[in-house]
Design a protein around this ligand. Structure first.
Ligand SMILES: *Cc1c(COP(=O)(O)O)cnc(C)c1O
Length: 343
């Protein structure tokens, strides 16, 4: 394969430890949301590593994602969150994944095409995005439901909606027979075991995101972007670097130009805020973040040469705040140009 000048260094130990912490905290088995290519880390690599520590249930959003994933380890179950749309029967008939049915219409479509094959169902308890509403639950009579789901809208905050959704989901559980019940995402796991039911469905926190204060110091970073140095130069005092000439060197400043930019999810808003990292030393980015390049002030240290690899600081809560995006966007924005390398 052609050499790639940027890579994601991914920690197997941190991913697996995060899964264990979430399952322990919930007190029930944890599934894994691996939609959007495993939140940017690579869904197949994530699934394989989580299977090793005991994860058996995996979730993607679309049938196309299910197909791209390829076969999961024997004994895994894959579900498609967006359910069975009008064009999805051919993909569903292959049987590699089951849908999470989201509406009466999807339930009818499933029954017509697949009879009593087991499926999952989403019930809406207040998110008002996908799912059957509480007064449509009769439509589920006789369906072979493996897992009944709902999804929390405000679990990352202390919001009255959390208790309200919990109460509604408990009511749905009374009315709908399923083999298992599941409500909580990463943030929901932090709310306490009342929210656990039979299985929890973390995504973000598996990948090092901190959904709530309870996870601070517990969830470990999984992802570090690393980029190759393309050129080393010295800015003379008074010279500028990059588009718009936004940074002017006050003194002669050694600079490394790295092969990474906003097209790699290293957002332009990190201009003036982002850092490269050498051990514990942070090396500030200077000038604007471009599409494929950034400039780093290396005067704080290091003997940097063309071809060296430099790590970018990727403390998720901090860098997301600096970029003005969510931790989710920071992860899912990581593009296709990285080589993904698990240790
Ligand atoms: C994405 C998703 C999750 C995972 O949410 P996180 O906030 O990333 O933990 C869980 N359940 C459903 C239905 C989802 O769509």
């Amino acid at each position: 394969m052609t050499h790639r000048p940027l890579r994601l260094s991914l920690s197997t130990a941190a991913l697996q430890q995060n899964w264990r912490w979430l399952a322990d905290r919930a007190g029930v088995p944890a599934a894994a949301a691996i939609k959007s290519d495993g939140y940017g880390l690579g869904a197949a690599g994530v699934a394989e590593r989580l299977f090793e520590v005991g994860a058996r249930d995996f979730f993607v959003s679309t049938w196309d994602e299910a197909e791209a994933l390829g076969p999961l380890p024997e004994g895994s179950r894959l579900a498609v969150l967006h359910g069975l749309g009008p064009d999805d029967a051919p993909a569903a008939s292959q049987g590699a994944a089951r849908p999470v049915l989201n509406s009466v219409q999807q339930v009818q479509r499933w029954r017509a095409a697949f009879g009593d094959r087991p499926c999952d169902v989403m019930v809406d308890t207040g998110m008002n995005r996908l799912g059957l509403s509480m007064d449509e639950l009769d439509a589920l009579d006789g369906l072979q439901i493996d897992m009944l789901h709902s999804h929390l809208a405000c679990a990352d905050e202390d919001h009255r909606m959390n208790a309200a959704q919990l109460a509604r989901f408990s009511e749905a559980k009374q009315k709908v027979k399923a083999r298992r019940y599941s409500l909580a995402n990463s943030a929901g796991i932090c709310l306490g075991r009342d929210y656990s039911f039979d299985m929890v469905r973390p995504g973000l926190a598996l990948y090092g995101g901190i959904p709530r204060a309870e996870a601070k110091g517990q969830i470990r970073a999984v992802v570090t972007p690393e980029a190759q140095v393309l050129q080393v130069r010295t800015l003379k005092a008074g010279e500028t670097v990059g588009y718009g000439a936004t940074f002017t060197a006050e003194r002669d400043t050694p600079v490394a130009i790295l092969n990474i930019g906003y097209a790699d999810g290293y957002w332009r808003n990190l201009t003036g805020r982002g850092h490269a990292r050498m051990g514990d030393t942070l090396l500030p980015l200077i000038g604007r973040v471009s599409m494929d390049l950034v400039a780093v002030d290396i005067s704080r240290g290091g003997d940097w040469r063309e071809g060296d690899w430099m790590a970018l600081d990727f403390d998720l809560p901090k860098i997301a705040a600096d970029a003005g995006v969510s931790q989710y966007e920071m992860l899912t924005g990581l593009g296709s140009r990285y080589e993904r390398r698990w240790d």
